[in-house]
Design a protein around this ligand. Structure first.
Ligand code: NAI
Length: 284
């Protein structure tokens, strides 16, 4: 199983980062988004980040040129016809992901591996809409992708050892550390992280402390590099809510009930850093 050409679907904060690390590791990458403005914005973000590295001397001008040459903007999803591996990073909604996987399954060659960067949704359920569940796998990168070392590799019920091994080796080539995880809601990372974030929102909701102080307690008291509310803004409050709903539905336990304040912020369009307002305010 030879992976040389990669397609990334969704050019938001995760998709653009994923495209960048593949291109930086020598892969040919096409980046596609349903909204072409986002693809353009994604490529511009990559360009800016790489130029910063050139400025700091950690990347040569030649390497910058080569990485940018390996990155291609795809106007159509039919670019899937040329990919050995496709990584989907669109909104965290099962029906959206399933529609994309069904389309990719009909377009991509039979050898193509279909991976999803989902934070919490069952891989097996996404795979079920394809005719190749054995080639569907979870590749859960962390945010920001170019910086964070971990990738959770999630096996669906039907994922073969050969596909798992190919994705594992590819992850290592990206200079990341793969960890094998089985297919349960939230995997390992978000099963542990999201209830903590949700509890921080409840703490705010119940007036136990204000935003700054909640974050300060976790930073200074627990040695977390970032407070939970700042982290929630960074991840995106919509994504946090989708993940809590997946945990709640998947385990059926009330301890995963999303905080009403989180729902309220998402309804208001306060999605965190990406919209300029969440628990804190940001310049956009
Ligand atoms: P985002 O909101 O920044 O980007 C999503 C992108 O998908 C948007 O550009 C949107 O136009 C595009 N899109 C929506 N529907 C589409 C379709 N049908 N076809 C093609 N493109 C489409 O979201 P973000 O944060 O990048 O998250 C994407 C995925 O990555 C989600 O599944 C999320 O759970 C997962 N994830 C997010 C992390 C985070 O910290 N934000 C961390 C790890 C995984």
């Amino acid at each position: 199983m030879n992976i040389e050409t990669v397609m990334v679907i969704g050019a938001g904060q995760m998709g653009a980062g994923i495209a960048q690390v593949f291109a930086a590791s020598g892969y040919q990458v096409s980046l596609y988004d349903v909204d072409q403005k986002n693809t353009q914005k994604g490529i511009e973000g990559i360009d800016k980040r790489l130029k910063k590295q050139v400025g700091k001397g950690s990347l040569s001008a030649k390497e910058y040129e080569e990485i940018m040459e390996r990155l291609h903007l795809a106007n159509e999803i039919t670019a899937a016809q040329k990919a050995d591996l496709i990584v989907e990073a669109v909104v965290e909604k099962m029906e959206v992901k399933q529609a994309i996987f069904a389309e990719l399954d009909s377009l991509a060659p039979s050898h193509t591996v279909l991976a999803t960067n989902t934070s919490s949704l069952p891989i097996t359920e996404i795979a079920a809409v394809t005719t190749r569940p054995e080639k569907v796998i979870g590749m859960h990168f962390m945010n920001p992708v170019p910086v964070m070392k971990l990738v959770e590799i999630i096996r669906g019920l039907a994922t073969t050892d050969e596909v798992y091994q190919a994705v594992y080796e590819t992850t290592k080539k990206l200079n990341k550390t793969p960890v094998e995880v089985h297919d349960f809601p939230g995997f390992v990372s978000n099963r542990i992280l999201m209830p903590m974030i949700n509890e921080a929102v409840f703490t705010l909701y119940e007036g136990v402390a204000n935003e700054e102080d909640i974050d300060q307690v976790m930073k200074l008291g627990m040695n977390h590099p970032m407070g939970p509310l700042t982290l929630a803004d960074f991840i995106g409050l919509d994504t946090c809510l989708f993940i809590m709903e997946t945990l709640h539905k998947g385990f059926g336990d009330d301890k995963y009930r999303p905080c009403p304040l989180l729902r309220k912020y998402v309804k208001a369009g306060w999605l965190g850093r990406k919209t300029g307002k969440g628990f804190f305010t940001y310049e956009t």
